[in-house]
Design a protein around this ligand. Sequence first.
Ligand code: SF4
Length: 388
Amino acid sequence: MSLGIYIQVPFCQTKCTYCNFHTGVVSSARFAPYAKAVETEIREHRSRLSSAGVALPDSLAALTVDTVYFGGGTPTLLDPAHLQGMLDAVRETFPSKFREVTLEADPETVVTEKAEAWAEAGINRVSFGVQSFSDAELKAAGRVHRRADIYLAVPILRAAGICNISFDLIAGLPHQSSDSWRNSLEELIQIAPQHVSIYLLEVDEGSRLGNELLRGGTKYFASAVPSDDDMADSYDSARQVLSAAGYEHYEISNFAKPGFASEHNRKYWRREPYLGFGAGAHSFSSLQRWANAHDSAAYVQSIAAGKVLIEQLETISSSQALEEELFLGLRQLAGVDLDRLQESYQVSLKDRFTSLESAGLIECSGSVVRLVPAHLSISNEVFVALMR
Ligand code: SF4
């Protein structure tokens, strides 16, 4: 077992119309104090978490950090020296042997000088929020980048030696059609990133687009959002196109060329421990889950005051742990080994799957159960039925 580190950078250039994340458009003057606060949190995490009621197991201290993930927000807005400083704090605080260090990036933020500094700092994987190759869709969604920026950014990264690249695409953006979706997939395949994430548009009512969908209006193109059935078709066509191009579908939303599945994200689905630093970052110690305060200014103030503000702290009961094993495990196409779970949790589970198997939604092979690939687009319904 190893340890993952997640570092949250909650700043963006603009707010995408569909986004309801706790991210803000703030003055760049706030970047350096934020990065310094994260460094302090990393170096002093044990004592500060203890004061906040988090009991880190001693076994965690012996684990080697092998993955780091800078997420956001848009972490590429920061000066590379800030990213380097946070990585140095991780190296100096934990036993570390980095195998995968990922930086989330918006394509328009990639320039040669920064890419070379990222590589120098030890970043070896970049996850792009590409979302679409259609400028009409990108513009309607409030994204800053355009199709041309994607084509400029990738060669810059590869020239800097960062060749492990992931693309996110979103099925269901306003103005998306089956043709434009197919075109985005085809352009992606020409560029050949090592990893692809396909997300269905989730419109939270707190976002501007969600508000318009619920209450009406024309500013954010709510009427041009594809139907749920169209989104499901887009997801299915992505599965087919990516599979034909040599990508392994290893998790509901994730596809990878052989050997390029995300090591860090796998820790989430396998319930391996990870510590999150920065405003709104989530952590899991095997025994407890918690999240830092979401407000970045309150977070920085709490660090300056010698504390860390925790908003949610939950001790995981055995029954919760089992639900998580099922929910997270079934997200992986390899499925879940029921024998292992039955032995670990001393419960009988097979009956819970009988009706889902009869309905053709899950399939069993020996003691392993998994979602039937043809029905992955309705996986949420399976999870709801399973947790009843
Ligand atoms: S870049 Fe990501 S985090 Fe920032 S506003 Fe857009 S969707 Fe939200």
